[in-house]
Design a protein around this ligand. Structure first.
Ligand SMILES: Cc1ncc(COP(=O)(O)O)c(C=O)c1O
Length: 406
């Protein structure tokens, strides 16, 4: 028998199944109310519109939709995205857009073209787990910057930028896992620092369109151009977007917006990864989104998720012990709870599952600390279940705190 462990490449040592994922398999039992996933609400998928778009794609463009296409992506979808991103003074062109198989692939490709082994990466703590999984095999050196209710504490960034890091990675809007948003003032401060230190940031923005309260804030991509007094996309930001949260993750479609030289290199990396993203998915997404349909659809998603967020926040107030703290997101899919330091949310998950409720422990999102935190998703449960699930968790936490006071 082959001893595969002797055959695997050294970098696979950084790849492992998450133990938490194994625990979370238990959350699929129907009696469990799960706040663990990060899934959009399936009842909001615009099935009728997608069915109609599929008919158009096959009837009018069947040969094209089922054929190989260019690595860059279909031109009408790239043009549509370029027009959509051209706002607040920014002029994006087709050459600035690469269609990818979800924002996760954008992250993977950016890693392939920018990261050398041992490079220095600047991160929010906590940060998006899928990025850590994609980039850990590069054996990176991490500098972690704390976050508060206004997102990354940019004041703490300058000393790190003096060390000339290779890359920053940020989710400025309704971050996964915390749900916090980088304030306008901090974005301005950040963009100024990027220029001063010639530093590059990956702006991962899957949730930006899902705002339920507060005023929209321009992206780093836009502010970077404004700072340069330019309308062209040739600055310090590589931007990743996705159709996963505004349309359907099963299409596996996202995009990168970046300077043309970066897109060119990413195209080469994508060519070897998968040649191209699905032509059928791209034509379908274009046919669904055109004519303004997507804006009405996003408005519908916002209404439903806003209510679910509000139900969860009200239930937390009602049922959680005074010792717990939680973020109050203006959008996105998640919020994060912090318990007193001595409690371990991974240990508590087993108890939570006995109470038929699930969350994701915060440890894996953190480079440092976070054992006392957990993430709650509010997009994928009905309001009644949110109320009941938070009540169950509240009962558990109050009991635990009686037995293990701080
Ligand atoms: C911050 C962040 N980036 C990227 C992704 C990946 O999304 P996609 O489905 O577009 O690959 C997610 C998915 O949850 C995410 O939360």
């Amino acid at each position: 028998m082959v001893n595969w462990n002797d055959k695997f490449a050294a970098r696979t040592a950084y790849m492992r199944r998450s133990t938490i994922r194994e625990i979370l398999k238990l959350t699929q039992r129907p009696e469990v109310i799960s706040f663990a996933g990060g899934l959009p609400a399936p009842e909001l998928f615009p099935l009728e519109r997608i069915r109609e778009a599929m008919r158009v794609a096959l009837d009018n463009r069947g040969a094209e939709a089922l054929q190989y296409s260019t690595t860059e992506g279909c031109n009408d979808l790239r043009d549509w995205l370029a027009a959509r991103l051209s706002r607040n003074g920014l002029r994006v062109t087709r050459e600035n857009i690469l269609i990818v198989s979800g924002a996760q692939q954008a992250i993977d490709l950016v890693g392939r073209v920018l990261l050398n082994d041992g490079d220095h990466l600047v991160l929010e703590n906590p940060t998006y787990l899928g990025m850590l999984v994609a980039w850990r095999p590069y054996n990176l050196r991490f500098s972690v910057i704390p976050t508060d209710a206004d997102g990354l504490v940019v004041d703490r960034l300058e000393t790190v930028l003096r060390q000339n890091p290779k890359l920053l990675y940020l989710v400025p809007n309704f971050q996964n896992p915390q749900g916090v948003t980088l304030s306008y003032e901090r974005r301005l401060q950040l963009v100024k620092l990027l220029h001063e230190y010639d530093a590059v940031v990956v702006e991962d923005n899957p949730y930006g369109e899902l705002r339920y309260s507060g005023e929209p804030i321009p992206s780093l991509l836009e502010l970077d151009a404004r700072h340069r007094g330019s309308t062209a996309l040739d600055g310090h930001v590589i931007y990743a977007g996705t159709f996963s949260k505004i349309l359907a993750p099963g299409l596996r479609l996202g995009w990168v917006a970046a300077p043309a030289a970066v897109i060119d290199k990413l195209v080469q990396a994508k060519q070897s990864a998968d040649l191209q993203s699905s032509t059928l998915s791209q034509i379908l997404a274009y046919e669904v989104c055109r004519d303004g349909f997507i804006d009405g659809h996003i408005e519908r998603i916002r209404r439903v998720y806003r209510e679910r967020r509000d139900v969860m926040l009200a239930a937390l107030e009602r049922h959680f012990p005074a010792e717990a703290r939680w973020s109050k997101p203006d959008g996105g899919l998640f919020l994060m709870v912090s318990l007193p330091e001595h409690l371990d949310s991974t240990e508590l998950l087993k108890e939570a599952l006995n109470h038929q409720v699930a969350y994701v422990p915060g440890t894996d999102f953190h480079i440092e600390g976070g054992n006392n935190t957990f993430r709650l998703n509010f997009s994928n449960a009905q309001p009644d279940n949110i109320e009941e699930g938070i009540r169950r968790l509240g009962v558990l936490l109050k009991t635990v705190l009686v037995h293990q006071p701080a």
